[in-house]
Design a protein around this ligand. Structure first.
Ligand code: PHE
Length: 456
């Protein structure tokens, strides 16, 4: 009896460490930068609603499945899949999930680090008080000048890659979880304040209508695929990252409870970012569909108008830089862990090797913004192709295979072994969702637009 309190306390600690680490991986540029520009490009509310449905009906059940694979395999994604596939008496074919994850995480990290580099460049600009009192056209020019300058882009891209390699090399993952425990609540408070400010100086009515009153004519197969891809991207599914985290999940705590918390926090951040950005977009006559620059024009303008805006802007962009670092570390982890565990590589060497590869791949995105801006295949540039292949092809494919494997191949007793303290009805509901909703829906949503694109 005397031992109970400390054990319990430790359990809580671990539970929050897992939630913080997973939320740190989930919350990142996907919530702020990508969610806002995709919502803008895809007509607003219809996209937002499909996205929300995808998060809770498809992505969350698949997230749980991915964590369970890692939790059962207790190793890097490639080895975990090998182990669970053997245990399920199935073929090594399922290891393809890990290979798809490897490809997706490398491609995504390559452009993620370029965009995170933009954030770094904005930290510097905020530090130099660049945006004070600027009109929106000049704020837009500032963004365009950054994209036109490959040298600056490469400097910041390199800084981001170097930082995540350092963090991964020295295994300060605990530090990352600890940082996320402070960062995420502070980010949420900052976004609430920013949303309130934006509603004062911007056009909140039009923004609310745009974000929450659907115009269903925007509903197309391509849009649904984009919304679903974004749901997987934002919850970090299909890349092996959450499998790697599952290998470290605390025992004795409901996985469902912890992951639901992660999904709720992640969704809250995305919606708050939308509420902070869109009132400004409409009052400033920014084109909502302007693309990836949306947040980089709307927010600096707002800070430029605010009392002490230089200071708050600096803090805000620093915070976003930190959450993109926690996500970047999570993206680097699966491949690094595989090199370390499978080939016995020294961790710093493994992290550096992956970093170099990602850095080289990142140059494709850097140049597609300037020197190669004219290269275009079927209406998409190099960066758009990288994003399309990773978020709209590799992630849905990986997520679908995970749903299929855990839903139909893994034995129920094995799975429930990994789900501590979850009620049987939660287990049944989840399995039902995975088998009959997630697996078929992901396949249809994935195939139809591809079919249309290729045939149409
Ligand atoms: N979920 C992160 C974001 O929204 C991106 C990410 C994907 C991070 C996969 C880790 C693993 O920014």
């Amino acid at each position: 009896m005397a031992l109970m309190p400390p054990i319990e306390r430790q359990g809580w600690q671990q539970r929050w460490t897992f939630i913080a680490a997973s939320t740190g991986a989930a919350v990142g540029l996907g919530n702020l930068w990508k969610f806002s520009y995709l919502a803008g490009e895809n007509g607003g509310a219809a996209f937002v609603l499909v996205y929300l449905a995808s998060v809770f009906l498809l992505a969350l059940p698949i997230l749980l499945a991915e964590v369970i694979i890692g939790s059962r395999g207790r190793a890097n994604p490639v080895s975990s899949l090998h182990h669970v596939a053997l245990e399920a008496g199935s073929s090594r074919f399922w290891q393809i999930i890990a290979w798809l994850g490897v490809a997706a995480s490398l491609l995504i990290l390559s452009y993620y680090s370029v965009i995170a580099g933009w954030i770094f460049a904005y930290v510097e600009a905020m530090f130099d008080d660049v945006f004070i009192g600027l009109n929106v056209r000049l704020v837009g020019d500032h963004f365009n000048h950054l994209l036109e300058d490959p040298r600056r882009l490469i400097i910041w891209h390199s800084s981001f890659v170097a930082l995540i390699v350092l963090i991964a090399a020295f295994g300060v993952k605990r530090g990352v979880a600890r940082a996320a425990r402070i960062l995420i609540p502070v980010l949420i408070i900052a976004l609430i304040l920013l949303a309130v400010y934006a509603s004062k100086i911007g056009d909140i009515d039009t923004a609310l209508e745009f974000l929450f009153k659907p115009d269903w004519s925007a509903l197309t197969p391509a849009m649904i695929l984009a919304a679903m891809g974004q749901a997987f991207f934002t919850l970090s599914i299909g890349m092996g990252a959450m499998m790697a985290f599952g290998a470290h999940r605390p025992d004795r705590h409901s996985v469902v409870g912890m992951l639901a918390m992660v999904a709720l926090l992640d969704t809250a951040v995305a919606l708050l970012a939308g509420l902070a950005i869109f009132p400004l977009v409409f009052s400033l006559n920014i084109e909502p569909a302007m693309g990836p620059g949306l947040m980089f024009v709307a927010l600096p303008y707002a800070f430029g108008q605010m009392v002490y805006g230089d200071f708050f802007g600096l803090l805000f962009f620093l915070m976003v830089a930190c959450v993109s670092l926690t996500s970047g570390v999570a993206l680097l982890e699966p491949v690094t862990a595989w090199l370390v565990e499978r080939f016995n590589w020294w961790r710093p060497l493994a992290a550096t090797a992956v970093g170099v590869l990602v850095w080289l791949l990142g140059l494709l995105t850097v140049f597609s913004l300037n020197l190669w801006a004219d290269i275009n295949l079927w209406g998409m540039g190099v960066f758009e192709w990288l994003d399309f292949i990773s978020a709209n092809i590799l992630l849905p494919l990986g997520a679908w295979l995970i749903a299929l494997f855990v839903g139909w191949w893994m034995r129920a007793e094995v799975i429930s072994d990994e789900m501590f303290d979850d009620h049987p009805w939660i287990f049944s509901l989840w399995r039902l969702l995975l088998r009959y909703i997630a697996a078929p829906a992901v396949l249809v949503i994935f195939i139809v637009p591809l079919y249309q694109r290729l045939i149409g």
